[in-house]
Design a protein around this ligand. Structure first.
Ligand SMILES: Nc1ncnc2c1ncn2[C@@H]1O[C@H](COP(=O)(O)OP(=O)(O)O)[C@@H](O)[C@H]1O
Ligand SMILES: [Mg+2]
Length: 231
């Protein structure tokens, strides 16, 4: 279980997160929603050790992650799929996957076969360059690369952005499958409302770096949530 409590974050003098709290349980999809610029990516970057936070705490399975570097966060079991995917365009699919080995011990460096069960297309395209894949295929590769470390927490930053509808459905099925394995806490940052509404177990709406509404699926009101996360 991941617990983010009272997190604050700055870029220089400008404060972006104002005491944001969030929990994400294993076997659940915890959605974080909000319009552009409210701080969703900044939150994920703080959890993944990509940008320092200025106050508050992040705890994983009862252990505080004390301002980790990206390497330390990855070693602790946090995997991050960045917005825009950040595939290495000149490296092959195989090499992109192996980039995930960096934070594994030598004996653990292998691509788990179940990754190709989730994303059969990647097996077919192992020797293709990342940059030659479609947007949807790159998104699948970015998720697969994150799964290489067998993470406890999977952070997904707008995985449907710029992706064709049929691939979006496929990505939704993969997220549901990973959730149903029960071992991973999935934090899903999304702006595609219906996709997220149909998939997530809990919802946190962020407005200007603060939580403006949160609740569980089945309890939270759809219209109230929609009004917090649309312009
Ligand atoms: N590297 C940065 N330096 C300065 N300001 C930034 C940086 N990254 C993001 N911001 C600002 O922080 C705010 C939140 O950005 P971000 O976390 O990317 O929001 P979201 O993912 O919700 O769209 C925005 O106002 C953005 O302009
Ligand atoms: Mg963002």
């Amino acid at each position: 279980m991941l617990i983010v409590d009272d997190l604050t974050l700055h870029y220089g003098q400008s404060q972006i997160l104002h005491g944001l709290s969030l929990t994400a349980e294993a076997g659940k999809v915890s959605a974080v929603m909000g319009t552009n610029g409210v701080g969703k990516t900044s939150l994920l970057k703080a959890i993944a050790g990509r940008h320092p936070y200025s106050g508050g705490t992040i705890t994983l399975d009862g252990k505080p992650l004390d301002h980790p570097t990206a390497f330390q966060a990855a070693r602790a079991g946090i995997a991050y799929v960045p917005q825009g995917r950040e595939i290495f365009p000149l490296m092959t699919v195989q090499e992109n996957l192996e980039a995930g080995f960096a934070c594994l011990d030598r004996t653990e460096r292998g691509v788990p076969e179940h990754i190709f069960e989730l994303f059969p297309i990647l097996k077919e395209f192992l020797n293709r360059r990342g940059g030659d894949l479609s947007g949807g295929q790159q998104q699948q590769l970015a998720i697969a690369r994150a799964l290489i470390t067998r993470p406890r927490v999977l952070l997904l930053d707008e995985p449907t952005e710029g992706i064709q509808p049929n691939i979006i459905q496929q990505i939704g099925r993969v997220i549901a499958q990973l959730r149903d394995q029960g071992e991973m806490a999935i934090v899903l940052v999304e702006q595609y409302f219906d996709f997220t509404w149909g998939l997530a177990d809990s919802f946190t709406a962020v407005t200007r770096g603060e939580v403006s509404l949160s609740g569980k699926a089945g309890e939270i009101d759809r219209e109230a949530l929609l009004s917090k996360v649309s312009i």
